[in-house]
Ligand binder design. Structure first.
Ligand code: F6R
Length: 646
């Protein structure tokens, strides 16, 4: 079967799991779509077709369902088909994979709540046909309850279709590492990484249950058809291990390798580490476009531990790149082209160097004083991700505006908010507003939604910290904009969808400033995360404004969010930092005190933000150095986003 690196059109190869032949690297049929939306819609259509096919034959359709962020769009499309196209679920029986234990149905974190919120409340499924493990079952009855759950699946005729997500531990359902291939429904202890990943939704790891009831590996593999969804860069590593690695209980999803009707449906980011995408020259013939060539040469330097200019013809041949050498060689020419390309990305003048010849510089020299907007998803990403560049832009006399896209209120802990409320109480003991806040915070149960007053206070705390940082860098308060995009203001970790209001707020600011440069977080790690939504808001605003005359002079530069950095071959502007600038950036990050020391959304990385930022910037500088370019203390990196065909 011909394999496309990216599936742009939905075609027949999506369902060809049965005809999939193992390759040297891949052991599971997988299809990579352009994005998770298109992919989810395709999967929803497969499910709908199955339901209709069964309905025509007067048969039941038994679905195994998953929760989490991965299947949300699939459910949304099924609901749409029910509402707009009359898709009926009357003949559908569902079994959910898992539920936290213990867990009340009414709890907004329960999978029971999730399934009703996203699917069951909006379709015509018969309530008696819905099965979700009961997170409140008495411990003494658990064993029998799990056996009965298995029995019910069998009695319904077995699973026709099983929808899965995958955890970073390689779990399917909650079958964590160590799960046995013939395991059935049972109670398990959640892996630490799984709890870390769930911590954001539960507002802190301490609130995440330690156990769960889950269908077993054998239960899942009993399904006639299995589709596993994988979105985002944070899944890329485990997807590679699952598809290319050996079957092992350490990565339970690898058990799917011997289920012959399984398809992994991926977006480009989740599929990016598969060998055929990451190092395609090791798999077969390549179309050596510039980007692939650059990627391959950086990889070759890493493999040989050589600088670009010392690579030889033999190196290219020995490492599977003989076709590149034959087409574009000799090594000398390839090396020089690559070296110059990287050399030209380095600039200490992110706003352009006035009066300099700029043919080979990342930015234009003119106008020498530019108007700049730095969009920051949360009130701190600006300094964390591009504090050094921000500082240079201000120092070099550009008119720099900072626009914080969201209030960031949800990431301020209750204790932090109480501290400020109590200070306010000391200043004005009679303030009713302060008393309301103190009361709300003192009587608050874990993981419940904040009152609007508390949310406002938390937002103010982040504003205060932002002003401290921007003043330190030398920006006037009038150039600091708090957009408080409405999609974020749900008071919960789950956010609303982008609406016209969000886009309008973005457009208004761009219209008002008419910038020559826009910086934004190009964070692709989590398709459902706030950074990605903020980026989508910018993309939509650019689409709306692209015909405006001033936009013809506007260049957009993307920095990466707090966790990742661009790959070296992708970087189009690298801004070096001196040791002093590294310290100044650290100080600017320190002003965001509510985000210091064990923040609520720490992720699995226990380093504080300033440490991550420094490690990352130092790492980029070391990588440039290892390739044979100049050695700097640290570097911030950017990729240009072309929206107006210039
Ligand atoms: C959910 C489930 C889990 C998730 C997995 C991925 O019912 O069983 O295996 O599918 O943890 O979660 P998300 O989709 O949130 O990344």
């Amino acid at each position: 079967m011909k394999k496309n690196p990216i599936q742009r059109n939905i075609d027949i190869s999506y369902k060809l799991a049965g005809q999939f032949e193992e390759t040297r690297f891949e052991k599971i049929h997988n299809v990579i779509f352009e994005n998770s939306n298109v992919a989810s819609i395709t999967v929803a259509h497969e499910i709908a077709d199955l339901i209709k096919e069964r309905s025509i034959r007067n048969e039941l359709c038994v679905l195994g369902l998953a929760t989490g962020s991965s299947p949300i769009k699939v459910y949304e499309e099924l609901v749409r088909m029910h509402k707009e196209e009359g898709l009926s679920f009357k003949n559908v029986v569902t079994f959910n994979l898992d539920e936290y234990y213990p867990m009340d149905k009414e709890n907004i974190q329960s999978y029971y709540y999730f399934m009703h919120e996203h699917l069951f409340n909006h379709i015509d499924i018969l309530p008696q046909n819905v099965h979700i493990p009961n997170g409140n079952i008495d411990a003494k009855e658990l064993h029998q309850y799990c056996l009965d759950y298995e029995l019910k699946i069998k009695e319904a005729g077995g699973l026709d279709f099983q929808l899965l997500g995958i955890g970073r531990t390689g779990h399917i359902g909650f079958n964590e590492p160590g799960s046995h291939y013939n395991s059935g429904t049972r109670i398990i202890t959640l892996d630490h990484i799984t709890r870390v990943d769930a911590a954001a939704t539960f507002l802190g790891i301490e609130n995440v249950p330690r156990r769960a009831i889950t269908m077993g590996i054998a239960t899942v593999k009993g399904a006639k058809r299995i589709v596993l969804l994988g979105w985002g860069e944070h899944k890329a590593e485990i997807i590679k291990e699952t598809i290319e690695g050996d079957v092992s209980s350490h990565v339970p999803a690898t058990y799917l390798q011997d289920h012959k009707n399984t398809t992994f449906v991926l977006d480009a980011e989740a599929g990016s580490k598969l060998t055929r995408n990451k190092t395609p020259w090791l798999v077969g013939p390549c179309d050596w476009k510039n980007e692939l060539r650059n990627k391959a040469i950086v990889w070759l330097c890493q493999q040989t531990k050589k600088t670009i200019l010392s690579l030889t013809d033999k190196d290219y041949n020995d490492f599977g790149m003989s076709s590149l050498l034959a087409e574009q060689g000799p090594a000398y020419d390839l090396n020089i082209t690559m070296f110059n390309k990287l050399q030209h990305t380095i600039t200490g003048w992110p706003g352009g160097k006035p009066n300099a010849e700029d043919t080979n510089r990342p930015e234009r020299a003119k106008p020498s004083k530019k108007k700049v907007i730095i969009f920051s998803p949360h009130p701190d990403d600006d300094v964390i991700s591009m504090g050094g560049t921000f500082d240079r832009l201000v120092e070099q006399g550009h008119e720099v505006h900072i626009a914080y896209q969201t209030s960031g209120n949800i990431a301020v802990s209750d204790q932090e908010a109480l501290k400020f409320a109590e200070i306010s109480e000391r200043i004005n003991p009679k303030s009713e507003e302060t008393q309301t806040i103190i009361k709300a915070l003192s009587g608050k149960k874990e993981a419940t939604i904040d009152t609007p007053e508390v949310r406002q206070l938390k937002g103010w705390i982040r504003r205060g910290e932002s002003y401290a940082a921007t003043r330190y860098i030398g920006v006037e308060d009038t150039n600091v904009h708090f957009l408080d995009l409405p999609f974020y203001e749900t008071g919960r970790v789950k956010k609303d969808k982008l609406s016209e209001k969000d886009i309008e707020i973005m457009c208004n600011l761009i219209r008002e400033i008419k910038p020559h440069q826009i910086y934004a977080a190009g964070d692709l790690a989590d398709p459902h995360g706030t950074h990605k939504v903020c980026l989508d808001a910018l993309f939509e605003a650019l689409e709306e404004l692209k015909e405006e005359p001033y936009m013809k002079n506007c260049w957009v530069w993307l920095y990466r969010g707090a966790w990742h950095e661009w790959d070296i071959h992708e970087i189009e502007m690298a801004v070096p930092m001196s040791p002093d600038q590294v310290l100044k950036k650290r100080q600017a990050i320190f002003f965001h005190q509510s985000q210091k020391d064990g923040v609520m959304f720490q992720g699995e990385d226990s380093r504080e933000f300033w440490m991550r930022a420094e490690d990352r910037n130092r790492d980029t500088a070391r990588k440039y150095e290892a390739l044979g370019l100049a050695s700097y203390a640290a570097m911030e990196a950017f990729v240009r986003y072309h929206f107006n065909n210039f």
